[in-house]
Structure formats: structure tokens, C-alpha cells
Design a protein around this ligand. Structure first.
Ligand SMILES: C[S@@+](CC[C@H](N)C(=O)[O-])C[C@H]1O[C@@H](n2cnc3c(N)ncnc32)[C@H](O)[C@@H]1O
Ligand code: SF4
Length: 378
């Protein structure tokens, strides 16, 4: 039986952060029950299609899954336990915002086998949190963190962001230092992306906020890498760091282009040679499910050349790089037979190098990975 990862999207938040363009909506508490009912309908439709898979990981993401009552999380996971093959399940993650957790919720999570909590912390500076529209304070993070530890959650990730308005290197290192001192197992470290339609993007275009220069932003990245490495965190993906044995198994499914099924508004799947994605509109999502149809908005066939390109692009995001043997075993052809010119071009310009059967980004390549990636597109 093949392994699969399941993603469940919870599109609700307390408020909208100024930088965020994920499918997430504030002030919709009255929609919760209905949404969960439809999620279960969608899962029911997939019963036949994933009967032959072992579920290895589940990721409940959002939005803010920790915002909704624990009983809803219970309903979802209980349904999965009852109807799918979960005997090989290793990792269940839930995303949580500091301040939305309480004893009751965390007890429910533990009793359901949730063994990883990913907290959106962003920064440990109250004025920066306010500047990016976060609805919590640094103190809320500490309270939530200790609560999770008390309830025996042994695998905690924190998301931190850099390149924020008026943020400097000292702020960034300070947030990392505090996370390290607490002993978190995993750190996701994201550079701010200016997304169209967000308030931060609007303010930036109007000139009412300033962002760190590109040089400063790159310094925040490279100094963080050194700092985290010297504190025992393995840099295993462009934006991700983990203590040994705590790499995120779920995200490794994406990066290794293994099968995954996403359910819920706007979620994406990669299953049986096809990539498909759900509608982001509640109405369309509900209407299709009411008719007993998959709430899919679009799909594409993953032809071999697309899959090979994707495998290389995502493989390069991993710091270990593309495993040449794995490529040969998967596609029955040597990587050089397909990408010799691309590989030589980027070795020559210093963006990638080969070492012990792996092709990986150089330090310079970490900053310019998009230049390499485009050349692997079919
Ligand atoms: C889908 S969000 C969900 C986590 C949770 N809702 C929270 O924010 O606390 C996952 C992470 O993506 C990152 N993120 C969201 N928007 C971003 C942006 N525009 N640029 C960079 N990182 C972003 C944040 O670090 C966030 O914690
Ligand atoms: S809490 Fe998370 S998902 Fe919600 S708006 Fe903020 S960053 Fe986006």
C-alpha cells in the first residue's frame, strides 16, 4: 500500500493579518458548524479513492484551526480514524495562534493523537506584532507554549517572519534566541512576501511604510542560518530548521512530490497522476458537495516531464538537494539525460553544485533559487 498525506483546511481566523492572503476569513463563527459538516461530506467522497493508501501524516492548517472549538477537530479526526487506514499514521499537526489555545482544547488535541503543534508567532516583539496586525501579544505566545508543554506536546514548531516593516537584524536574532531558549523542536523562518490585495502591500506602494533593504533582508536570512545551525538546528529546507528527528514529515510529502490529498476550501491535491484544487468560495464548495460532486475547481494531468521538473525544483528547496539515485529509481532515467545543460549552466554561474550524488544550491543559490527553478520548468 502507498503512503499519503492529508491536509485539512480551516479557513477561519479571529482577524486578518495585514500581510496575509491565505484563504482565511474573520468574523465567521456562525459558519463553523456548516463548514465542518461539508468537510465531512468531502471526506466521504474520497473514501473509495484513498482506501488503498496508508495515511502517514495529517496537517490541520488554515486559517487558524486552534480558533475553532475542539469538538470540531474531534469530529474531523474521529471521522478519519473511523473511515480511513490510519494504522501507519505518524504525525498529526495542528496550526495554532498564540492566545487561541486553552486547557480544554489542548486536552482534546492530545487525546486525538495530535502530536505536533505549529504556532504562528512571527516575531517576539510587541510593537512589530501590532504593526503586522497580529491579534496576540508576546505574553500570549509564552502562555500557549507552556500550556502545550504541560499537556505533553513534544513537537512544537514556531513560524517566524523576517523582512518586516522597520524590523532590524537585532529584532530577528532576538526572536530566534527566545525560541531557541525555550527549546522549540522546529522553526519555520519566512521572508515577508508582499502579496497583492494585502494592507501591507498597499501601504508599501503608497510609501507609508518602509521595509528593510534587500541587503539587510538577505543578512537576516544568512545570519539566522548560522545562528540556528550553531544552536543545533538542522537547516533542511530553504525556510525550515529542525532539531534532529523533528523534520516535518507532512511537508516532506510536498517537497518529495509524494501523494497528498487536501480537503476544505482552496486546498490542493496530488493524487493518481493528477493535480487538482478546490474552489475558494464557500457557496461553490457547498453547492458542489450538496450535489454529491467533488468541490474541485480545476485539475491538470501531471505528465512525466512536469513531474520531473517539479521533483527537481522542490528537491532543490531541500538543503540536501536532489538525490540523483532517487531520481533514477523514480523516473528510470539519469537526471543528466534530461537536465545536463541546465545543471552545467548553473554550476558554472555558481548557483548549484554536486556533492556525493546530490545536486544542491550553493549559498548564492539560496538567494537566487528562482533563477534555477525556472530552468527546470517544462
Ligand atoms: C497559513 S499561516 C497559518 C498559521 C496561523 N494562522 C498563524 O498565522 O498563526 C502559516 C504561516 O505562513 C506565514 N505567512 C503568511 N503570510 C505570509 C507572507 N505574506 N509572507 C511570508 N510569510 C507568510 C506566517 O509565518 C504564518 O504563520
Ligand atoms: S492568523 Fe494566520 S491565516 Fe489568519 S490572517 Fe493571520 S497569518 Fe493569515
Amino acid at each position: 500500500m502507498k503512503d499519503i498525506a492529508i491536509y485539512i483546511h480551516i479557513p477561519f481566523c479571529i482577524s486578518k493579518c495585514y500581510y496575509c492572503d491565505f484563504t482565511s476569513f474573520p468574523n465567521m463563527k456562525d459558519k463553523l458548524d456548516e463548514y465542518i459538516d461539508y468537510l465531512l461530506k468531502e471526506l466521504t467522497l474520497y473514501k473509495e479513492r484513498i482506501i488503498d493508501f496508508n495515511i502517514k501524516t495529517i496537517f490541520i492548517g488554515g486559517g487558524t484551526p486552534s480558533y475553532i472549538p475542539g469538538e470540531h477537530i474531534y469530529k474531523i479526526l474521529n471521522y478519519i480514524y473511523k473511515n480511513f487506514n490510519t494504522s501507519k499514521l505518524e504525525e498529526i499537526t495542528i496550526e495554532a495562534n498564540p492566545g487561541t489555545l486553552n486547557k480544554e482544547k489542548v486536552s482534546i488535541y492530545s487525546s486525538l493523537g495530535i502530536n505536533r503543534v505549529s504556532m504562528g508567532v512571527q516575531t517576539l516583539d510587541n510593537s512589530l506584532l501590532k504593526a503586522i496586525g497580529r491579534c496576540h501579544k508576546v505574553e500570549d505566545f509564552y502562555n500557549s507554549y507552556y500550556l502545550l508543554r504541560k499537556k505533553d506536546i513534544k513537537n512544537i514548531n514556531v513560524d517566524l517572519m523576517f523582512g518586516l516593516p522597520n524590523q532590524n537584524l537585532k529584532d530577528v536574532i532576538n526572536s530566534l534566541k527566545e525560541a531557541i531558549n525555550l527549546g522549540v523542536e522546529h522553526i519555520s523562518y519566512y521572508s515577508l512576501i508582499l502579496e497583492e490585495g494585502t494592507l501591507i502591500n498597499k501601504w508599501y506602494e503608497e510609501g507609508s511604510i518602509t521595509l528593510p533593504s534587500e541587503d539587510e533582508e538577505r543578512k537576516m536570512y544568512h545570519e539566522a542560518i548560522e545562528f540556528l545551525k550553531s544552536n543545533g538546528y538542522n537547516h533542511y529546507e530553504i525556510s525550515n530548521f529542525a532539531k534532529e528527528g523533528y523534520e516535518c514529515l507532512h511537508n516532506l510529502f510536498y517537497w518529495k512530490v509524494k501523494p497528498y490529498l487536501g480537503v476544505g476550501l482552496s486546498s490542493h491535491s496530488n493524487l493518481a497522476g493528477k493535480r487538482f484544487w478546490n474552489s475558494s468560495s464557500f457557496n461553490i464548495y457547498y453547492e458542489k458537495l450538496k450535489e454529491g460532486e467533488f468541490p474541485v475547481e480545476g485539475e491538470e494531468q501531471i505528465f512525466k516531464e512536469i513531474e520531473m521538473g517539479e521533483y527537481c525544483i522542490l528537491g532543490l528547496r531541500l538543503i540536501e538537494g536532489i538525490n540523483k539515485n532517487e531520481f533514477r529509481n523514480r523516473f528510470n532515467i539519469d537526471i543528466e539525460n534530461i537536465y545536463k545543460d541546465v545543471i552545467n549552466k548553473h554550476i558554472k554561474n555558481g548557483l548549484i553544485y554536486e556533492n556525493k550524488g546530490f545536486i544542491k544550491l550553493t549559498n548564492k543559490g539560496l538567494d537566487l533559487s528562482n533563477l534555477v527553478e525556472v530552468d527546470f520548468l517544462p
